[in-house]
Design a protein. Structure first.
Length: 291
């Protein structure tokens, strides 16, 4: 529950109030945007909260415990505010959000009502709806190791230790063409065998899709070119000539860690754990009869 300051509490107790809602959204690329449902712009904490953006919020439900706070923001797409191409490109996915109740006559009288992240975005025509997820959501994630044959580290993280930026594991390529909106046609260069980037990451370094990327589904050769298929089409289509950065993928098997990355000393799986088939196996009739 938010704590209302003394000045704002006195204002609310006066009977006639001049309050509004303000939201600050900080995208993962560092862009900060401010919105308000008031009829003029407001400014505090280094953010200008723009009026006339068509942004409104539903009732905010906050509960005790670790349940996700239930809230929703509704808005209209605007070139001066939130743009359709930014939503499609995923630039608002996981963005941080803060919401205040503000006395618009004296913005120093305000209280922070909500802090969290943006969740699912649903777009219908010129309108969008965004789910707000509270800070407590992170407490619901599973923490700890799983006893399994495959590695449970993330390729390139501290536990893995592989330096993905090394020349042996990543490369930059000029984009020749895009097929079926998610198949990238790249020049066939020596040094990376077919399938090297399957399961790895693709990132667009410049052009209209700069900063976006995805996970590689297939990586192969065809007619003198390298074809890289993504699991999902980019929110914004890259253009021929744009630079594509690819990093190696890992299927989390012990043999891949040893032979592809020479990193078996950091393997975080249990390769000798029996499979589920072994656990549920029954002796054959001949063995049972002879016992």
């Amino acid at each position: 529950m938010s704590v209302v300051s003394g000045d704002l509490a006195a204002h609310l107790a006066g009977g006639v109030t001049t309050t509004c809602q303000c939201w600050a959204v900080e995208r993962r690329d560092g862009v900060v945007m401010g919105f308000t449902d008031h009829d003029r712009d407001l400014a505090f904490e280094g953010v200008t909260f723009r009026a006339g953006t068509g942004l409104t919020a539903g009732a905010l439900q906050q509960v005790a415990g670790l349940a996700v706070d239930n809230a929703e923001v509704v808005g209209a797409l605007s070139d001066a505010g939130i743009r359709e191409e930014d939503l499609r490109a995923g630039r608002f996915d996981g963005a941080g959000v803060r919401q205040w109740l503000v006395n618009w006559q004296e913005v120093g009288q305000r209280t922070l009502c909500f802090a969290g992240t943006l969740g699912e975005v649903v777009q219908a025509g010129a309108e969008f709806r965004v789910e707000l997820r509270g800070l407590s959501e992170a407490m619901n994630r599973t923490v700890g190791r799983v006893i399994q044959s495959g590695c449970d580290a993330v390729l390139g993280d501290r536990r893995c230790g592989v330096v993905l930026g090394a020349e042996a594991f990543s490369g930059s390529f000029p984009l020749l063409a895009v097929r079926e909106r998610r198949v990238l046609v790249l020049p066939l260069e020596a040094g990376f065998e077919g399938g090297w980037f399957e399961g790895g990451r693709c990132q667009f370094m410049d052009g209209p899709a700069a900063g976006l990327g995805g996970t590689v589904k297939r990586d192969g050769w065809e007619a003198g070119a390298r074809l890289v298929e993504l699991w999902e089409e980019p929110g914004v289509m890259p253009a021929p000539g744009d630079v594509v950065r690819l990093s190696a993928g890992c299927d989390r098997r012990a043999v891949t860690c040893r032979e592809k990355f020479q990193n078996f000393s950091n393997f975080r799986g249990f390769p000798h754990v029996p499979s589920e088939d072994w656990i549920t196996a029954m002796p054959s009739r001949s063995v049972a009869a002879g016992s």
